[in-house]
Structures are given as C-alpha cells and as structure tokens.
Design a protein around this ligand. Structure first.
Ligand code: ADP
Ligand code: MG
Length: 394
C-alpha cells in the first residue's frame, strides 16, 4: 500500500497554525452527555505532539447527521467541554456538517476552512473514506500529513494487505452479505481461510443447500455465494446454530419463544441468531492456529445475552491466540469491548466503513488527498525544514 506523509514531514511548526481534522463523532446521551470519549482520547497523541512543537492547533469534526444547517442537537459543545479537560489549548470548530458544503465537497468550504492556517493534519480515519470537503479539500492548499491515529490504521490495515503473517484468516459476520460483498471478494484473494458467522452465514448455508427457516437470508446473493464456496479459498461455515422459535423477540427474553440448538438446517418458522457451541469451538481452533486474524462482524445477535455465546467465544479466542489480531467494524469493536477483550487485540480500528474500504481497495479518498499534496512538491513546511537541515525531523 502506498505510504502517506506523516507529522514529521510537516517540518518546523513553532508559531504555525495547524488545522486538524479529527473524528470526534462520539455517542451522546440526551445530546449533552458523552457516552464514550474514546474517539477524543484517540486523537490526543497527535494534538499533544503538535502542541509540544509550538503549533497553534484548531480541530474540526462532524458530529451526528445534521442536515447541512445549524442544529443545537448536534452542537459540539459537549465535546468541547471534554476536550477542554484533555487538551485545553486546542480550539474546536463547530460541527462541520452544519455546512451543506461539507458532505457536498464544496471547494469553497475547504478554502474557508484553511484560511489562517499553515498546515493540515488528517487524523479522522473513520471519515477518510468520504470525499468530504474537510477530508479531501485542505491538502489542495496546505502542506498536509496524516496524524498518529490515521498513520497507525494505515500501517496495520495496509500490513494485512501487503505482508500478513500466515496463515491469514478473516472472520466475518454481521448483518448483510450485500454490504460486505466487496470486502469478501477482496479478502478471498488475500486470506488462507475465511470463517463466516452472523446473519451473513445463512446466505452461504442456503447456497450449500441448507434450510434457513426464518433467518435473515439474501436470496439475490445466493448464486454469488455458491460461486465463492466453489472457489479455491476454504470457507468455514457453522455446522450448528442457536435458533429462536416462533413468537420469540430479539432483545426481549420475557416475550417467550423457545431457544434451541439446531444443526446447519433451521426449521421452518425458526430464526438462526447465533452460531452454535460446536461451531464456536471450531472457529476458535482456526483462530488459534492463525498467524493473522482480521475480525469483522459479530457471530450472532450479541446485544441479546441469549445469543452472545458465539461472539463471546470468538472474542475469547482472539484474545488468546498468538496471531496478530485486528478488529474492524463499529459493532465488532463494541462486541470486543462488551466481552472485555478490546485491550487484548493488537489493533481495534476506529473506523467501521473506512477499515473495510481500506482493506478492499487499498486506498481511501482522504489518504489519496494527502499524497497528492505531497507529490506536487510545493510543500511549504517541507521547504522550511530543508532550510533548517531537517532539525525537527526526529
Ligand atoms: P460491524 O458494524 O462490526 O461491521 P454489522 O453492522 O455488519 O457489523 O453487523 C452487526 C449486527 O449484526 C449486530 O447488530 C448483530 O445483532 C447483527 N447480527 C449478527 N448475527 C445475526 C443474525 N444471525 N441474525 C440477525 N442479526 C444478526
Ligand atoms: Mg455496524
């Protein structure tokens, strides 16, 4: 994968003003309380590095999905208060998506954003698959670099593509095959084996001739899944399942409905909602024997404790294996936290869609923008550094 310029490439920053695109799109309760400040803390290494070099730092982020105009429900004010406690010197601009030009990638907005700044840093990995104004615009005008968080994501996820320790195993689950078809196709070219659970497994099980009952299954994808199963890369599917009977409600054990272990065929009216214990153990063995494991997508409806067994078993195997372990995907990262193994992973990606797109395509619009800028050779801060003999490049 192509490298991106890093913070050191910006040269001397004393007295310079740096615009940093961060991903502070944190979950808020009641629009006022930050439920989880992980994304704010994740940007601190970059913000503090810049401050320590004497730069004035202005951060900008989107928050939620306001409709291109100011909306107090999506104000960054709660984030500002938390940032004040963590890095008081950093100024935070108001929600970028209060401007219609952000998602429309309006060069006018980007030009206004860069005004008064001497350099641009992108540390918003989770938004770097979007060609939005604050992501791809600033490098047209300013010397630009990837922040620490973004650089680490590129290093780890790029490493999966370029030189994975083998055997390289991908464990996929989650809701829909169609969402992830691109990354499945790309992974099949890279991995030594694919392990499939989650709702996704039913489209594959159907392609193998199994009955799926009332499980989620994408009929239009069955033929494609059959082709993948006939391909050269081994694909492990569950041979037992946990199913919820007629009348049962996901997330509501009190509503009744039987829960039963079944084989790879789901009876009519029943819904497969987790991989069974046998398959969970088998998937665990594959993970234990791997050199590298990439995990995206829960193995079942883990939000309901009745159906968290498969995801918990995969999480435990990920924590125990000696393989390099990488987790991508919003719900998968939440699952790793839920089962208390997030700290045992080598890398938990901060981007859901971005991590999958980077693995699939090997590049993102935000990364390409940073490189494009450097390729022009008119990097002002770089020229400055050359004059100073690269004194700041350590
Ligand atoms: P990620 O965000 O990690 O990429 P997805 O968004 O693709 O993951 O999928 C996560 C969702 O998939 C979870 O909310 C989970 O409840 C759901 N899911 C997993 N297995 C099943 C299943 N067998 N039936 C229905 N939903 C499932
Ligand atoms: Mg998700």
């Amino acid at each position: 994968m192509l490298p991106v310029p890093c913070l050191e490439d910006l040269g001397a920053l004393e007295g310079r003003s740096v615009l940093v695109r961060v991903d502070f799109n944190v979950p808020l309760t009641n629009g006022t309380e930050i439920a989880d400040d992980l994304r704010i803390r994740a940007a601190l290494p970059t913000l503090r590095w810049l401050l320590a070099r004497g730069a004035t730092v202005t951060a900008c982020t989107h928050l939620g999905r306001p409709k291109g105009r100011p909306d107090p429900r999506y104000s960054v004010q709660p984030v500002r208060r938390r940032l004040e406690e963590l890095a008081a010197e950093v100024e935070l601009l108001e929600n970028l998506r209060f401007e219609p030009g952000e998602t429309a990638n309006d060069p006018g907005l980007a030009e206004r954003l860069v005004e008064g700044h001497d350099a641009y840093v992108n540390d918003a990995f989770g938004a770097s698959h979007r060609a939005h104004a604050s992501i791809v615009g600033p490098p047209r005008w300013l010397p630009s670099a990837a922040g620490r968080l973004l650089a680490r994501e590129v290093e780890v996820l790029g490493g999966l593509r370029d030189a994975p320790r083998r055997p390289f195993v991908a464990v996929l689950g989650g809701a829909k095959v169609s969402d992830k078809l691109g990354v499945i196709d790309a992974l099949l070219e890279m991995v030594d084996a694919l392990v499939i659970g989650g709702a996704m497994c039913f489209t594959f099980l159907k392609a193998r001739g199994h009955r799926v009952g009332a499980s989620l299954c994408e009929e239009s994808m069955v033929d494609h899944c059959r082709e993948l199963l006939d391909g050269p890369t081994p694909i492990h599917l569950p041979y037992d399942l946990t199913a919820l009977g007629p009348g049962g409600v996901l997330g509501d054990p009190a509503a009744g409905g039987d829960v039963r272990q079944v084989g790879a065929d789901v009876p009519d009216g029943w819904m497969g909602v987790d991989i069974g214990p046998g398959s969970a153990a088998q998937f665990g063995d594959v993970i234990h024997e791997a050199g590298t494991v990439f995990w995206n997508g829960p193995m079942g409806v883990f939000e309901d404790p009745r159906f968290g067994g498969g995801t918990g078993a995969v999480a435990a195997a990920m924590a125990e294996t000696r393989a390099l372990t990488v987790v991508g995907g919003g719900d998968s990262a939440a699952a790793a936290r839920r089962f208390g193994v997030d700290r045992d992973m080598d890398h938990v990606s901060t981007g859901g869609g971005a991590s999958l797109e980077l693995i699939e395509k090997g590049d993102l619009p935000g990364l390409a923008a940073l490189r494009q800028r450097n390729a022009t050779g008119s990097n002002a801060a770089g020229d400055e550094r050359d004059k100073q003999g690269g004194a700041d490049a350590t």
